[in-house]
Design a protein around this ligand. Structure first.
Ligand SMILES: [Fe+2]
Length: 158
């Protein structure tokens, strides 16, 4: 839903696009409320461990820890809009061909190619909004990659 803003000097009404994912990110980072699902709240795949910290559709927060020397190959999540937030360690995060290393939350739009290098291991938080009516689940199960893998787990075995 959009909001409207009155420009008091011109009297014109402007449409302000509401970004509820950004609002959710700010709220969650400030409050860090945990609300994991009763089932399927952890994953152990390849060299990555994960836990769902919060799930209330369409929003979800997942925490991941990746072992040293590992790479998450370039991929997209067709049904997820997200922010990726570096929590600990040095991570070379790539999104749409740009490299991010400074820890600033990175917006990963649906269908944006992204991946990461973890030379010494690292941990990050994925703050997500699921779209197209798809229920939140492990984000690595909403996966498309150049190598043909359909899940993160598959990509670690190719
Ligand atoms: Fe991803």
């Amino acid at each position: 839903m959009n909001e409207y803003e009155l420009n008091k000097s011109t009297g014109e009404v402007q449409v302000v696009e509401k970004d509820d994912l950004k609002e959710f990110l700010d709220w969650w980072l400030e409050n860090k409320i945990t609300f994991p699902p009763k089932e399927n709240s952890t994953i152990y795949q390849g060299d990555t461990f994960g836990v769902v910290l919060y799930r209330k559709p369409p929003f979800q927060v997942e925490l991941f820890i990746v072992k040293p020397g590992k790479e998450i190959k370039q991929h997209i999540h067709p049904n997820v809009d997200s922010y990726e937030v570096n929590l600990a360690g040095y991570i070379e995060f790539t999104c749409d061909g740009k490299v991010y290393c400074d820890g600033t939350p990175v917006r990963v739009k649906p269908n944006a190619w992204h991946g990461g290098l973890f030379p010494k291991g690292g941990s990050f938080i994925s703050v997500q909004k699921w779209i197209n009516g798809v229920e939140p689940k492990f984000v690595g199960d909403d996966w498309v990659a150049h190598d043909g893998s359909k899940t993160y787990d598959e990509s670690t075995k190719i």
